[in-house]
Design a protein around this ligand. Sequence first.
Ligand SMILES: N[C@@H](CCC(=O)N[C@@H](CS)C(=O)NCC(=O)O)C(=O)O
Length: 210
Amino acid sequence: MPSFKFYYFDFRGRGEVIRLLFHLAGEQFTDERVTFETWGALKPQMPLGQIPVLDIDGVKIGQTTAIARYLGHQFHRAGTNAVECARLDMIADVIQEMTNSSGFANFPKVSLGLIGGDKTHIFKTEVVPEIEKYAPLVEKFLLDNGNNGLFQGDRETWVDVFAAESFAKLIDYGSPDALDAYPHILALINRVFNHPNIKSYIATRKQTPF
Ligand SMILES: N[C@@H](CCC(=O)N[C@@H](CS)C(=O)NCC(=O)O)C(=O)O
């Protein structure tokens, strides 16, 4: 197994999916939690000037989904053929599109205290419309796999973990009822977060504001 060092800020944000994939696989990694004070010096060393970044035996990889997809293949948490992989990529891209949408821009910054604003109002007026746009698509992908809480087959893939973490943050930091209209996404979160390896990590992980 390569030597892994993972760079991200000291909160869940975009980076937690990577930590979850390591814990799911039970594989060792250095969880380098970058502070805002040290980020300025580190930024030029990152391939895209941003984090998350995973250093794999000295090779730095950026972009959350590229890292998560790599770990999915490395840890046998991917599709079992090219078509399954393509379908999972499609679902991951939809979720990444939601995360990158304009409605999602302010909420993390307000939650982290980086900008001012009424967190509840911003969630309701900016984030909820994006949930209403994207969550029904994700519901359908889950139903297509037979309503077992996963997108593909009967074993958690990297996309299940990516989706569960992306949506769970909306409940944890937005509103407890944010996904009540989407029972299949709730089942996905429930299934992924109750995997014993993930459950034990979550039980002891640091609480962060996003
Ligand atoms: N498309 C990238 C976006 C990465 C990104 O926006 N990273 C932010 C933190 S969540 C960052 O590095 N901000 C500091 C900066 O841009 O200087 C991904 O999905 O990984």
